[in-house]
Design a protein around this ligand. Structure first.
Ligand code: TXA
Ligand code: MG
Length: 316
């Protein structure tokens, strides 16, 4: 079992020694290591059983520190950084040589983000290096939004979990790269595309892929529970699967005649739904059922990221 606590000095000691520490961010918990230390980074991949073609996000607490490991910050990127950092936005920037290739899976760009969580901000301020951190879950499974989620799955593999409470956003950061000057959305996430487009104009969406090496990590099936997840119209699916052991995850609706039902937000609030999404999926995954039936949410604001995660959770 990992030690769970909120002492950034303990976290710093493990990180200074090249160890792994789970850290809270506003989006999801990350599994962090010194981004300049290839040995420490290798531990992230083995601990998560993550394939080495899936690159990591590097976290820092200031643009000055980021300038130490990226070649430059183009105008469009700087506009986004100034508008939304610290926050749930990741930018793809050209890396310097001090970022090991393992971090970027050999790509020329490194994914960078300034997270907003106060505890992790304090931790980053005291460190002499940025933190590479993927979500702190076994590869392909649901991302953790509490310290307990991390403990449940990685507790026997890491020494310390920095507990910063439940994540306030609940889905991973939005990832934006640049094709010349055009902003490209590599992953929908906690920062709404509508807000991003107000700052840099029209974006283009990079499609998912299960094999395209130009878009590593954008796997079609991801964020997935162990139980089969079926998406669609809940009443019709209930009818179709009558008699089977099922759990239901609705957006607002309550299905109180069912034994296992949950909803994401009774009042239909997409921010609350995002906060609840991964925790509810974990809860449902642990119920004595064979299938999870779920529906999409309104496709606006954070709803786009929620629907993206639901579709990937449902993909074969
Ligand atoms: O909110 C978040 O982004 C969380 C917290 C901990 O910051 N992190 C997170 O990391 O979700 P992870 O590793 O689970 O997802 C990072 C994604 C991967 O799917 C990867 O493919 C993509 O970022 N990525 C990283 N570097 C990239 C690059 N240079 N080009 C394209 N995609 C990249
Ligand atoms: Mg992840």
């Amino acid at each position: 079992m990992a030690q769970i606590g909120s002492d950034i000095n303990i976290a710093r000691e493990f990180l200074d020694q090249g160890g792994l520490v789970a850290i809270p961010t506003e989006t999801v918990y990350g599994l962090a290591a010194n981004a300049f230390d290839a040995n420490a980074i290798a531990k992230i991949f083995t601990t998560k059983e993550r394939p080495s073609f899936d690159p990591l996000i590097v976290h820092a607490d200031s643009l000055e520190k980021i300038a130490n490991f990226v070649e430059d910050i183009p105008d469009q990127a700087l506009k986004l950084a100034k508008a939304f950092w610290p926050g749930p936005l990741t930018l793809l920037l050209k890396k310097k040589n001090n970022i090991p290739d393992l971090v970027t899976s050999g790509l020329e760009t490194v994914a960078v983000r300034i997270p907003r969580h106060p505890l992790t901000k304090l931790l980053l301020e005291t460190l002499d290096f940025p933190l590479a951190a993927p979500s702190a879950n076994p590869f392909g499974y649901i991302s953790p939004t509490t310290a307990q989620h991390v403990e449940d799955q990685l507790g026997d593999k890491i020494p310390y979990i920095l507990d910063g409470g439940a994540c306030t956003v609940g889905v991973e950061s939005t990832i934006i790269g640049f094709d010349n000057d055009t902003p490209v959305v590599y992953r929908l996430g906690g920062m709404g595309i509508e807000e991003i487009e107000k700052v840099v104009g029209k974006t283009k969406l990079m499609p998912h892929s299960s094999s395209n090496p130009a878009a590593p990590g954008m796997l079609k099936s991801h964020y997935a529970p162990k139980k089969q997840l079926i998406l669609g119209d809940i009443p019709s699916l209930l009818e179709k699967h009558k008699g089977e052991a099922m759990a239901v995850l609705a957006f607002q609706e309550t299905y109180s005649d069912l034994e296992h039902y949950h909803h994401l937000s009774e009042k239909g609030d997409l921010n609350e739904a995002a906060q609840n999404l991964f925790g509810k999926l974990r809860t449902l995954d642990n119920l004595p059922v064979d299938k999870i039936i779920a529906e999409l949410v309104p496709n606006e604001g954070l709803g786009k990221a929620i629907n993206d995660r639901l579709k990937r959770a449902a993909a074969e």
